[in-house]
Design a protein around this ligand. Structure first.
Ligand SMILES: CC(C)(COP(=O)(O)OP(=O)(O)OC[C@H]1O[C@@H](n2cnc3c(N)ncnc32)[C@H](O)[C@@H]1OP(=O)(O)O)[C@@H](O)C(=O)NCCC(=O)NCCS
Length: 332
């Protein structure tokens, strides 16, 4: 956007504190956004919308609303997790209901200024799945963020390659479905699997055991990435070592679409075919349960994972940005 264009946007649009607005006032905008989620990602976003509306009504979310001649045309918010702020969403529409990137950037600039000036915030993370890479990068890059390319991938189960078959497991290993008794062991596995990994630079929850546990709680209890499906989430138990060797977690994002929220194999057990086996097992079970498609997100530079997904029948739907600002002096 040129300087003249951004001035035009700025003079027409009023930006106000999100906490002045009720859920009722914001509902039409959020419902329009939910339709976009469905078209673009095959996600039924309605349960997330309802949860967000509850938060909006409690007037605790830091964020902004854009008004065009008094008409609500956009919003953005973030959540604080300790010393970290996570951009929750940013969305704006034109009068005709089309996505309005200029106003979205304007809102983001307000939000980023707010979090940067918040005492005790030393890290800001953002992954806005609704936008192609580059669409909103200016607001982030001018604030000093690092950009990491991520892929949104999809597999149509009817078209998956026949080569994806279950392999026999090494002795002592067993696949079981998720149960909450595995929380601690699963967090420990995530912490191990992402040590020194690019994804731990994008999401700092992976950097500690406590953060990994928090990541799991978010996935299992909140519908941000779909509704967690314990019957389609798998743990690879190593009976000999009394620990987990791998894990695949799955949520339901639409009646017939699953989303893999986590796949990892312990660092000492890589290259043995366990990741491929977990993915094949998950795909077979989802197929049997009547799912039509699976989606997932992956960092483009994570070659082992991207190669595995492509070989298993996933293709890239689009690329999006993970943006990170880290001002902490602590080693992560
Ligand atoms: C991605 C991951 C789950 C793969 O698990 P794994 O058990 O080591 O993988 P497998 O042994 O089953 O390998 C299956 C296929 O993946 C690809 N692959 C695995 N490791 C690879 C590597 N280091 N480089 C390139 N391709 C690789 C290959 O296509 C391989 O098939 P091949 O052996 O016939 O060539 C594992 O590396 C991991 O846990 N990484 C850290 C967490 C992570 O990145 N998760 C994905 C987040 S989206």
């Amino acid at each position: 956007m040129s300087a003249v264009e951004s001035m035009t946007v700025a003079t027409q649009i009023e930006v106000l504190d999100l906490r002045h607005f009720s859920a009722r006032q914001l509902r039409p905008l959020l419902e329009a956004e939910a339709r976009l989620w469905e078209n673009r990602l095959r996600w039924d976003y309605r349960s997330s919308t309802e949860l967000l509306l509850q938060y909006l009504d409690s007037r605790i979310l830091p964020g902004f609303v854009a008004l065009d001649h008094g008409r609500i045309c956009g919003y953005t918010f973030c959540v604080y997790e300790g010393q970290k702020a996570v951009v929750g969403d940013a969305y704006a529409v034109t009068k005709d209901g089309a996505s309005n990137l200029a106003v979205t950037q304007l809102l983001l600039r307000h939000l980023l200024e707010l979090v940067e000036n918040s005492p005790n915030v030393d890290r800001v993370e953002s992954q806005l799945l609704l936008y192609d890479t580059g669409a909103l990068e200016e607001a982030f890059l001018e604030a000093g963020f690092m950009q990491h390319l991520r892929l949104f991938m999809e597999c149509d189960l009817a078209q998956r390659p026949a080569a994806v078959e279950l392999k026999e497991l090494p002795p002592g290993l067993e696949v079981v479905s998720w149960s909450s008794s595995y929380y601690q062991a699963a967090a420990e596995l995530i912490h191990d699997a992402y040590a020194g990994h690019i994804d731990a630079r994008i999401n700092d929850q992976y950097c500690s055991l406590h953060g990994s546990l928090r990541f799991l709680h978010n996935i299992v209890r909140f519908p941000g990435c779909g509704v967690f499906d314990p019957n389609q989430s798998w743990l690879l138990v190593d009976r000999n070592r009394n620990m987990l060797a791998g894990m695949l977690l799955c949520s339901r994002v639409a009646p017939d679409v699953a989303h893999i929220t986590q796949l990892c194999v312990r660092s000492t057990a890589r290259g043995l075919g366990l990741g491929q086996m977990l993915l094949a097992h998950s795909m077979t079970q989802l197929d049997r349960a009547g799912f039509a498609a699976i989606t997932l997100t992956v960092t483009e530079s994570n070659r082992p994972a991207v190669t595995l997904y492509e070989a298993s029948g996933f293709h890239v739907r689009y690329r999006f940005d993970a943006m990170v600002l880290d001002r902490s002096t602590k080693p992560r």
